[in-house]
Design a protein around this ligand. Structure first.
Ligand code: NOJ
Length: 565
């Protein structure tokens, strides 16, 4: 059987509020996305993943949805979304919508109704529980379990009128849907079919491995191990890849996709997923999802939490990527990413964003990722080497994860300067500053005041100056994407890691039938004589590199793709 189309594809993520404003209100919108489609077509993109544009109170920038079947006026209209589908299809691209169904907004009519009374027919659509035995509602420690929210504080919020708590893995404005209830599942599947009927080509599924919770027959949920210094616990064993997760995803596939004509794509975002689980999720024979986003490599510089910064060790990165390449070699499929709207900018985090090495490290990281086996995702701005924002004070942050963390850390008596340091490095707002289209005052993003400031470095780092420069980061991305389209070995070749112990040079081969590519990337500032590291490189021919005039020395942040057979 032919390999599925998405093995040759490259996806591009648009975070609409920061992509392009077309109305001058300082917030990106669908009109802006429509205006910039040629940028994507020119890059060679196959799939656009659109972060949420649905009606939402915007507590979590749209990941808190109050109506799954419309567009928020902030972003435009449903008619514009139809226009986007048509415009993408006309350019040979496909649209992935963001499917956020672990939770809704607390302003979604389903939750409003569920909350209205303990006897509401939709009460069971969410996770309602009485206080812990022996506690009155609102007592400290009365929450039904000790779980700590991803966004700080407990995962339970008290509803005063009923004296019961509801579960929210994320913010209190994001109550979790109860997937045990079959009406919930059917409502979600009907909504997904509605979008497919409209012409969308698939979904990126937000934290989809959290929809099944480990609940006892009597409805009891289990406490998790305590997290030092918080008074709370880690509930992940109860909600990461829970007991019915495979059943739910298989059912979703059957109810939504089976028997439908078309070339669809489903991507499950799965924090904490293991290789063993990912093989099950993406085994085509099991009909669950096509590929996963796994999180191992973006946790390597975290300590006890993401705010607890650790230096990244190259060996750990190699070991992690290598394990995932090997683990999904014979069955299943992986997504490849450095960046997205939840991660700091890759060139600042894994590369070297000093003026001297920013361009070279951005192109080196891109080469490394795009030559792996899996489907690469480009996050808006990554293709022009956008870097972290120079946040000066805690008041500069907008993201509720960052804001909640700061509040919780101050309550816990932490040092504000130290908290600011980790926010500057890890805050999701780094990824959310406006795309830098040109050198004009608001970088061509808006004619108004942008909702989050434009990075001052946009005068030097922007799409306009890179567009006609063959040495630019943008030009390099184009070459990498074309290489995948043209060479089956890039899409499908077997992966073998070389030099696993080396502290700076990341090297591997990709092999398909008689064709062998050797990929060598220097992820540091030390030059290395290439032939000493990899004698096979001597007789190889260069098919793509990120620096001109390749010689015997592998220069700082140099990347080469060589053909050795
Ligand atoms: C993952 C999304 O990518 C993130 O932005 C969001 O805050 C959480 N899921 C909750 O929906």
């Amino acid at each position: 059987m032919d390999a599925p189309w998405w093995t040759r594809a490259v996806a591009y993520q648009v975070y609409p509020r920061s992509f392009q404003d077309s109305t001058g209100d300082g917030l990106g919108d669908l009109g802006g996305v429509l205006r910039r489609l040629d940028h994507l077509a020119d890059l060679g993109i196959d799939v656009l993943w659109l972060s949420p544009v649905y009606p939402s109170p915007q507590a979590d920038n749209g990941y808190d949805i109050s109506d799954y079947q419309d567009v928020d006026p902030l972003f435009g209209t449903l008619a514009q979304l139809d226009e986007l589908i048509a415009a993408l299809h006309a350019r040979g691209m496909r649209l992935l919508m963001d499917l956020v169904v672990n939770h809704t907004s607390d302003e979604h009519p389903w939750f409003v109704e569920s909350r209205s009374s303990p006897t509401s027919p939709k009460r069971d659509w969410y996770w309602w529980r009485p206080p812990r035995g022996g506690f009155a509602p609102g007592d400290p420690g009365a929450e039904p379990t000790n779980w700590q929210s991803f966004f700080s504080g407990p995962m339970w919020e008290l509803d005063e009128p009923s004296g019961e708590y509801y579960l929210h893995l994320f913010d209190r404005k994001q109550p979790d849907l109860n997937w045990e209830n079959s009406e919930v599942r059917q409502a979600v599947y009907a909504m997904m079919r509605w979008w497919l009927d409209r012409g969308v080509d698939g979904f990126r599924m937000d934290v989809i491995n959290m929809i099944s919770k480990d609940v006892a027959d009597d409805g009891h949920l289990h406490d998790g191990p305590p997290i030092a210094g918080t008074g709370l616990g880690d509930g992940s064993a109860s909600y990461l890849c829970g007991p019915r997760i495979h059943e739910f995803l298989h059912e979703m596939h059957r109810e939504v996709f089976a028997g439908r004509n078309g070339a669809f794509l489903t991507v499950g975002e799965m924090p904490g997923v293991t290789i063993e689980e990912a093989r099950l999720f993406t085994d085509p024979a099991r009909a669950e999802v096509d590929m996963v986003f796994q999180f191992e490599h973006v946790g390597l510089d975290h300590g006890a939490s993401k705010w607890d910064l650790r230096p990244l060790r190259m060996r750990d990165l190699k070991a992690s990527f290598g394990r995932w390449q090997a683990g999904l070699a014979d069955v299943g499929w992986n997504s490849l990413y450095w960046d997205n709207h939840d991660q700091p900018r890759a060139v600042s985090r894994f590369g070297d964003d000093s003026p001297e090495f920013r361009r070279d490290s951005a192109t080196c990281l891109a080469t490394l990722l795009h030559l792996h086996r899996g489907t690469p995702y480009v996050y808006q701005g990554q293709e022009i080497g956008m870097a972290n924002y120079p946040f000066a004070s805690v008041d500069d942050f907008r993201d509720l994860e960052s804001v909640n963390h700061f509040t919780a850390a101050m309550k816990a008596g932490q040092d504000p300067a130290a908290v600011l340091t980790s926010l500057r490095v890890m805050s999701r707002d780094n990824a959310r500053t406006p795309v830098q289209w040109d050198a004009s005052p608001q970088a061509g993003f808006t004619t108004g005041k942008p909702w989050l400031p434009v990075n001052p470095d946009h005068v030097d780092w922007n799409a306009a100056t890179q567009r006609n420069d063959p040495a630019s980061v943008l030009a390099h991305y184009k070459r990498l994407i074309a290489l995948r389209h043209e060479n089956p070995v890039v899409a499908l070749g077997e992966f073998a890691m070389l030099l696993p112990e080396h502290d700076e040079v990341y090297a591997f081969t990709r092999t398909l039938a008689h064709e062998v590519l050797l990929v060598v990337c220097n992820l540091g500032r030390t030059p290395y004589p290439l032939a000493e590291l990899l004698p096979e490189a001597a007789s190889a021919s260069l098919i793509l590199g990120n620096l001109p005039d390749a010689g015997p020395t592998l220069r700082p942040w140099e990347a080469r793709v060589l053909r050795i057979a």
